[in-house]
Ligand binder design. Structure first.
Ligand SMILES: C[S@@+](CC[C@H](N)C(=O)[O-])C[C@H]1O[C@@H](n2cnc3c(N)ncnc32)[C@H](O)[C@@H]1O
Length: 450
């Protein structure tokens, strides 16, 4: 068997990853990066792989999709905090509760929980929570440990929360404060291998979100078997809306209204009936709320006639459309959606062809859950600036949220093709999201559309 085939086989057998057509190319690139990082000659690396497990794990980390963001599927965090609070109050002062984020990518998921706990519970309770997180992707873990994030990580983030827990660095990255960072322990391990090391009944919750869609179904089923063993009888398994669901003989849905939170079935068996630990409300299949970024370029207006001295005085007193848009964005970032919407409407009345203003209006309507209106506003933004890929992404999201799944699917397929044509590092119109990030987001949206 050829070396490449051996590597593919070893990685999919050990980590359950379903091989993809782009693996040969990614393996090739991964080997080059590893050789450079470790200062190993390529021949030596080839000789040691696939037997050397640490190297194999490292290579596997080059084949995964590390797409994640803070407070993805926000219902999960509020519901889990309430659940953990009940557990902490019911247990003794020395009793710990433990949560595992299996496949945590750059740490946004476990840190979201750490933030949610810190914001909602007394410090004495928070100290009793251990959060464990693991991933195959070493670079993502290094970023997670350093607590460094780019703005693309904060798509659904309440800006007030952001300010409290992050400091913006000179390079414009967001550094998570030490108190939150030290709540999470990161391990560079496969989920399968970590599952074997953990004790039965030791966990109160497991996040296994947006991972199973990259695994072969048999591996996911095996992992569900591990999870049912590792969870306490009232422990929670949280999956994403687009993920494979656990086998029915192992898990039972937590609540009629949600299809993404499960209890180990033994809990039902032991208590002679399923327990209700509170209603969550519907889990909306709306994982994707795109970034509210800095104003992007404006659609060019016709050139203005030369300014007279009177015009210049007026201009000094009247804010420019760019300033008005920036102000509306700042209001939106502070959660003042209504105010921002009013500002947007005023701006559009003044500059009807300003694509950015229509896009911001669409984002705001989306946040207010007025999806059909958001579709209309985003459609207008796209018509005014057909080249803008971020508005197209928003548009696909709004279509999905308003139930127009087929159209959303068509849009996202098209968007994916356009984004694939760009170089990975190319920055998009908000000046901070790059093409690789949008491509991951588009792929995930496509998967969630089936
Ligand atoms: C799309 S991300 C999801 C991150 C996060 N759970 C979320 O929902 O935002 C999937 C992550 O799972 C990791 N992963 C996939 N298979 C894995 C395995 N067998 N062991 C450890 N990590 C794995 C990938 O490296 C990737 O970072």
């Amino acid at each position: 068997m050829k070396h490449l085939e051996l590597l593919v086989e070893a990685i999919s057998a050990r980590y359950g990853l379903a091989p993809q057509p782009d693996w040969p190319e990614r393996i090739h690139r991964g080997l080059a990066v590893i050789a450079e990082d470790l200062g190993l000659p390529r021949d030596e690396l080839r000789r040691r792989l696939p037997q050397d497990r640490a190297l194999l794990r490292r290579l596997a980390g080059h084949l995964t999709v590390e797409e994640t963001f803070f407070f993805r599927q926000p219902d999960h965090f509020s519901a889990l905090v309430a659940h953990l609070r009940r557990r902490l109050l019911a247990g003794g002062a020395a009793e710990k509760v433990r949560v595992w984020s299996a496949g945590c990518a750059g740490g946004d998921e476990p840190y979201s929980l750490a933030i949610a706990l810190t914001d909602s519970l007394e410090a004495s309770l928070v100290r009793r929570v251990d959060i464990l997180a693991n991933d195959l992707n070493l670079r993502a873990l290094e970023r997670a440990r350093a607590g460094l994030f780019r703005s693309w990580s904060f798509r659904t983030q309440d800006p007030a929360r952001l300010r409290r827990h992050f400091t913006v660095t000179a390079r414009g990255e967001h550094r998570l404060h030490h108190e939150i960072r030290e709540m999470v322990r990161f391990e560079h391990l496969g989920i399968q291998q970590l599952a074997e090391r953990l004790q039965d009944g030791s966990l109160d919750a497991i996040f296994f979100r947006n991972v199973s869609l990259y695994l072969d179904p048999r591996s996911s089923s095996e992992l569900f078997g591990h999870f049912s063993r590792l969870l306490r009888e009232d422990g929670w398994l949280l999956v994403a809306s687009s993920d494979q669901r656990p086998d029915r003989d192992l898990f039972v849905a937590h609540d009629k209204l949600t299809t993404t939170i499960f209890l180990p079935r033994s809990a039902e068996d032991r208590s002679g009936g399923r327990r209700h630990t509170g209603s969550l409300g519907a889990t909306v299949a709306r994982d994707w709320i795109p970034p509210s970024g800095a104003p992007r370029r404006a659609t060019p207006s016709p050139p203005a006639p030369p300014a007279t001295p009177v015009d210049r005085v007026r201009a000094a007193a009247t804010p420019s459309p760019g300033d008005m848009l920036a102000r509306a964005r700042r209001r939106a970032d502070r959660g003042g959606y209504d105010e921002a919407l009013t500002a947007c409407d005023a701006l559009i009345a003044q500059e009807p062809t300003l694509a950015d203003a229509h896009q911001l209006r669409g984002e705001l309507l989306f946040h207010k859950e007025l999806y059909s209106e958001a579709v209309g506003a985003l459609r207008q933004a796209m018509e005014l600036d057909k080249s803008d890929l971020l508005s197209r992404y928003w548009y696909a999201l709004a279509l999905q949220a308003s139930g127009r799944t087929e159209e959303a699917h068509r849009e996202v397929v098209d968007l994916q093709a356009c984004t694939e044509a760009l170089s990975e590092k190319q920055l998009l119109s908000d000046g901070r999201t790059n093409a690789a990030e949008l491509l991951n987001a588009a792929r995930t949206l496509k998967r969630s559309l089936g």
